[in-house]
Design a protein around this ligand. Structure first.
Ligand SMILES: C[S@@+](CC[C@H](N)C(=O)[O-])C[C@H]1O[C@@H](n2cnc3c(N)ncnc32)[C@H](O)[C@@H]1O
Length: 375
């Protein structure tokens, strides 16, 4: 496991808070590596055979699997523990953040004063309903809620939270997805040197900074609908010495001029939007790209078999990832074509990056979904 890099914007937990955070992180690691695989074993060993004996066939889709699994005590145990660990995770990081909030806000203000990047907020921006209707991942207040002037709390909670959420698999600065996608672009399109890059749904900029590191001459922008995550992203980027331009904008309709960017990217944002927002976002990508420019969106795989699809949708039913379920069988390329991209310049890739032995210590091999469109 790589150590978590403690930059200037992270809250400093007390001894007891750190012990609680370490416990929750280990609990989640244990659930993911030792308990969750048992749900697959139980399905193969007793649930599917019993269904087959009764009906003469295997369950045909994830919905049939769901009815069977939700009645099974082993699955119920894992699911309840998983949900509780998610709630505990936010509890532990909220304690440290709330205690230290005035100081965190002071640190952000100081870092902003000598910033090399920039921050532009829009107090009139309407946060979309797909964020206000439910707290995604059960994060209290989501990405956008503000409790005090110049609030950065939701950013700090997210930064600490996702490290525990994924048991450190996002790497030492939660930057693994940015490294993965910059690596994909360099492998797939060698010689492509984007001069202007936009990261949509950047949150705290954890993936965004990798684009500036991979293309140091590029002007890199990050947009999000949440003001507190953006304030935090800006201060965090300055603390880590990577200048990026952050602004509060809805990816469905931004204020950038037509053809502003060579590359528009996102990391696990699309599944947190909605059916109509998704097409709007892809249409906006098309408008924002100069001719020859590319959009590249990284998404979480949603499983192939009915059982995998059901398991990947645990988050849909238990963790307020409400749109993710809809994404399971969605034709992403078809949605991109509705947004104005051409069929022969658009594709969905499956990407399983080679991992170093160091990465294998803290992360499992994983096949990602990547939507690519060239204008
Ligand atoms: C799962 S987070 C991903 C954060 C980050 N990209 C990363 O790599 O960890 C999704 C982010 O997308 C943002 N988002 C969702 N819909 C958006 C929209 N229509 N416009 C801008 N940002 C949006 C959310 O506020 C949230 O910060």
């Amino acid at each position: 496991m790589l150590p978590f890099v403690k930059h200037a914007m992270l809250p400093k937990p007390t001894h007891d808070e750190a012990a609680m955070q370490a416990f929750v992180k280990s609990l989640r690691g244990h659930l993911a590596s030792r308990v969750m695989p048992g749900t697959y074993a139980v399905y193969q060993a007793r649930i599917e055979p019993a269904f087959k004996a009764k009906t003469g066939r295997v369950p045909q889709d994830q919905h049939e699997v769901r009815k069977l699994m939700e009645a099974d005590p082993y699955y119920q145990f894992w699911s309840a523990m998983q949900r509780r660990s998610q709630e505990l995770m936010w509890d532990t990081v909220l304690d440290s953040t709330e205690r230290e909030l005035p100081d965190l806000i002071g640190r952000a203000r100081k870092l902003q004063k000598k910033a090399k990047g920039s921050l532009r907020l829009d107090p009139n921006l309407q946060v979309p309903r797909y964020h206000t209707a439910a707290d995604i991942h059960l994060q209290p207040g989501g990405y956008h809620t503000e409790f005090t002037a110049d609030d950065v709390a939701m950013g700090a909670v997210y930064d600490y939270g996702i490290y525990i959420y994924l048991n450190g698999a996002l790497g030492p600065t939660n930057n693994a997805m940015g490294m993965l996608l910059t690596g994909y672009v360099q492998e797939k399109f060698p010689g492509f040197r984007p001069a202007k890059i936009l990261d949509m749904g950047c949150a705290i900029g954890n993936s965004t900074l990798e684009w500036k590191r991979a293309f140091p001459k590029a002007e890199v922008h990050g947009i999000d609908v949440g003001a507190p995550v953006l304030r935090y992203a800006h201060a965090r980027a300055e603390a880590l010495g990577v200048p990026v331009h952050f602004s509060q904008q809805n990816a469905e309709k931004t204020g950038f001029a037509d053809g502003s960017f060579d590359l528009v990217i996102s990391h696990i944002m699309l599944h947190e939007t909605s059916k109509s927002a998704l097409v709007n976002i892809l249409r906006e990508c098309h408008r924002l790209l100069r001719p020859g420019g590319r959009m590249i969106h990284l998404e979480i795989p949603r499983g192939n078999t009915p059982l995998e699809k059901f398991m990947y949708n645990w988050e849909t039913y238990n963790n307020n990832e409400t749109f993710a379920g809809f994404m399971t069988d969605l034709d992403l390329k078809g949605e991109a074509l509705k947004g104005g991209f051409e069929a022969d310049k658009t594709f969905v890739d499956a990407y399983a990056p080679r991992m170093s032995s160091e990465q294998k210590n803290y992360s499992e091999e994983f096949t990602w979904k990547i939507l690519v469109g060239e204008k």
